[in-house]
Design a binder for this molecule. Structure first.
Ligand code: SF4
Ligand code: SF4
Length: 328
């Protein structure tokens, strides 16, 4: 069980920890040393799952969450690692990676995302030294890092339960927390937002794994592309090159990387775009000019074939056009 330490000399009794803790660990109690004043107390410490939300919200940096070495251990010492991918599969992902990078002229690596179900072995990939949000791990993977994150490595209460790593905390299930953050107008709007987003069954996923596509250590469920609108436009056209179909995307500005880039492609089998959300834009170095696409692995062969065809002429011609503005 994590230990919730509160430095009482720093606590000013503002109650932010009480409001923002998704599992209601804190209460404000009378301060023995000052009549009428209050201090935070971790009265339900056993409920803490070390999400660090209170640490981020406390204005005086009074809270510290301490986890033991056993709590951060995700694999039995004797548990064998998952075997590496067969060479043929590795070569396929390397080829997809090269085609995406070269034809689209991507600046960032496409990212392989795997949701490793409960009971399956973990690949031999490093876990982060600090807790990360799923969106932060994705942003690191686009720069070349491979990151394995069991539940205890995840920092975001939203993303962690949405991706099936934990239960949904009560204040998230009720929508109450989104009003605390002033992100929605009413509790009904918050409930609607929660009800409309997909989530995987509680604790059905053992860990998330992200890595540059060419370094995937496990068959990816979804491939994420972080790119400019023009580059994602060509990916849409690649996907409809043989069918001419249009797409219905699910975008909201809430839960971009966990829901829109990962879970919607994972659960529907269709690719989706995302404009990012306030969470991932505040918690990472993602540029304001970038957006996201999540592509289920099963859709990649058709998309890559279409992209290769568009890369022969259409993309080159469009990018090299000379625009003459109308003489108004
Ligand atoms: S948020 Fe920090 S300062 Fe405010 S009551 Fe909690 S511990 Fe005290
Ligand atoms: S770490 Fe998360 S669960 Fe634990 S007390 Fe802080 S906000 Fe609550």
């Amino acid at each position: 069980m994590p230990e919730v330490q509160i430095d009482q000399s720093r606590c000013i009794g503002c109650g932010y920890c009480v409001d923002f803790c998704p599992v209601e660990v804190f209460d404000l109690v009378p301060d023995d040393r000052s009549a009428g004043a209050k201090k935070a107390q971790a009265t339900r410490e056993e409920a803490c799952w070390a999400c660090d939300t209170c640490v981020g919200q406390c204005p005086t940096n009074a809270i510290r969450i301490v986890e033991s070495a056993e709590e951060t251990q995700s694999r039995d010492r004797d548990e064998p690692c998952a075997p590496p991918l067969p060479l043929e599969e590795h070569e396929l992902y390397t080829e997809w990676h090269r085609v995406l990078m070269d034809i689209l002229r991507l600046r960032w690596n496409p990212v392989a995302i795997s949701l490793i179900p409960k009971g399956q072995p973990l690949p031999d990939v490093a876990q982060p030294r600090v807790k990360l949000r799923h969106c932060q791990a994705l942003m690191s993977a686009r720069r070349g890092k491979s990151i394995l994150m069991p539940a205890q490595c995840h920092a975001c209460p939203d993303g962690t339960h949405i991706l099936g790593l934990t239960e949904i905390p009560p204040k998230l299930a009720s929508g109450e927390i989104y009003l605390q953050f002033k992100k929605l107008a009413t509790i009904d709007a918050a409930k609607q937002m929660v009800a409309e987003r997909p989530r995987l069954p509680n604790r059905s996923i053992r860990a998330t794994l992200v890595s540059p596509l060419q370094e995937a250590q496990r068959t990816p469920d979804v491939i994420a592309v972080i790119a400019q609108p023009e580059q994602l436009m060509w990916l849409c056209m690649s996907s409809s090159f043989y069918s001419g179909k249009r797409f219905n995307f699910q975008v909201s500005g809430y839960n971009a990387q966990c829901v829109e880039t990962t879970l919607i492609p994972y659960t529907t089998g269709k690719f989706n775009i995302s404009l990012g959300c306030y969470g991932c834009r505040a918690s990472s170095d993602i540029g304001d000019d970038l957006m996201f696409m999540g592509i289920p692995k099963a859709q990649m062969p058709e998309l890559i074939m279409g992209l290769k065809q568009l890369g022969k002429k259409a993309i080159h011609d469009s990018r090299n056009k000379v625009y003459l503005p109308p003489n108004l």
